[in-house]
Design a protein around this ligand. Structure first.
Ligand code: DAH
Length: 329
């Protein structure tokens, strides 16, 4: 039978379906042949019908076989075209990472949070009262020259330090207070070690009169700095800040030369890393606190990051250059 050959040679499921409809459809050739049955003389009817049924079975068989064959060939084709080589190396994989300044900030925060300090926030656009006046820096006080400030026309300013958060916290709550205040600060400054925006973490602890001493401050900051920088020596140098009395600047032994003297520490063997002191009574007066004692400290996060990662130019941290940032992943 020619049609059997045709079925065997069909190369697509669509063509096979056409053939099937041509044979088995309502108007197909088999239907026509069965229709002829009624015109066949009774004597030949039996044989005619038997032949026709055999033919029908043969054709059905051939169609089924071809269908299976084409179907599995199609599946194979599909599997081949959708093949995924799971062993292929993905060259685009790149994990992000925290910016070194944020990573340093988190390490600082983690230390104090573990000691039950809570985290306070304050506005970056501050007013004169919170940024200066309440911190014992009255108008025309020469200490205001220490900070070059960005002022707005209405007299408000970009905070020059995180210390105003001390004031806001004390005015909003009662002692005891145990907070750190991390955040961005702004100064008109630009060189190897200064950018107009940088980050500070402020600390403030206030409790009843007589409960907070300089010894407490010394102990916690020494432990903190050794947590950050490893086995370093820590020394407290008398200094001046308007909002603390007495005040100190804190040095660590140089992390680069281990105290022998090098360019980074200007051959002193020491690196200054933060300021601190016992809260000045005038600050407590400004926020209406009586019969309390407290200590405070403030540090620059970028300076910590530079010393921890030996970064020579602070400005490079803010240029968004991936070649630099990738070194800290
Ligand atoms: N606010 C100071 C600054 O920006 C840092 C500082 C020094 C904060 C001593 C303090 C402190 O709380 O007690 O340079």
């Amino acid at each position: 039978m020619e049609i059997l050959e045709e079925i065997k040679n069909t190369d697509s499921l669509e063509k096979l379906e056409e053939l099937r409809v041509g044979l088995f459809g309502k108007k197909g050739s088999l239907a026509a042949e069965f229709a002829r049955l009624k015109d066949i003389p009774p004597a030949e009817k039996k044989e005619f019908a038997a032949n026709l049924n055999e033919k029908k079975a043969l054709l059905q068989n051939a169609l089924d076989e071809r269908f299976e064959f084409l179907k599995s060939a199609q599946m194979e084709q599909k599997l081949k075209s959708e093949y995924i080589d799971v062993s292929l190396y993905n060259r685009l994989t790149k994990n992000g990472a925290l910016h070194p300044v944020m990573e340093t900030m988190e390490k600082i925060i983690d230390y104090f949070v573990a000691l039950n300090f809570s985290i306070e926030d304050g506005p970056m656009v501050e007013d004169d009262f919170h940024n200066f006046e309440a911190l014992n820096l009255p108008k025309h006080h020469p200490a205001r020259d220490m900070q070059d400030t960005f002022y707005f026309n209405d007299g408000s300013l970009l905070r020059t330090h995180t210390s105003p958060v001390q004031i806001r916290t004390m005015m909003q709550s009662k002692p005891p207070i145990r907070i750190i205040a991390p955040g961005s600060v702004f100064r008109r400054d630009y060189d190897l070690t200064h950018t107009p925006m940088f980050h500070q973490v402020e600390g403030l602890v206030v409790d009843d009169k007589g409960k907070i001493s300089f010894a407490n401050l010394k102990h916690i900051l020494t432990d903190f700095l050794q947590h950050m920088f490893g086995e370093v020596d820590v020394r407290f140098r008398p200094s001046f800040f308007p909002f603390t009395e007495p005040s100190a600047e804190v040095d660590i032994s140089c992390v680069f030369c281990k105290g022998d003297g090098c360019r980074v520490c200007s051959h002193t063997g020491w690196l200054e890393v933060l300021g601190c002191g016992i809260v000045d009574p005038n600050v407590f007066k400004a926020v209406g606190y009586k019969d309390v004692s407290g200590y405070a400290f403030g540090l620059g996060v970028e300076r910590f990051a530079m010393l921890m990662h030996a970064i020579p130019d602070l400005r490079s941290l803010f240029e968004g250059d991936n070649r630099l940032l990738e070194q800290f992943r």
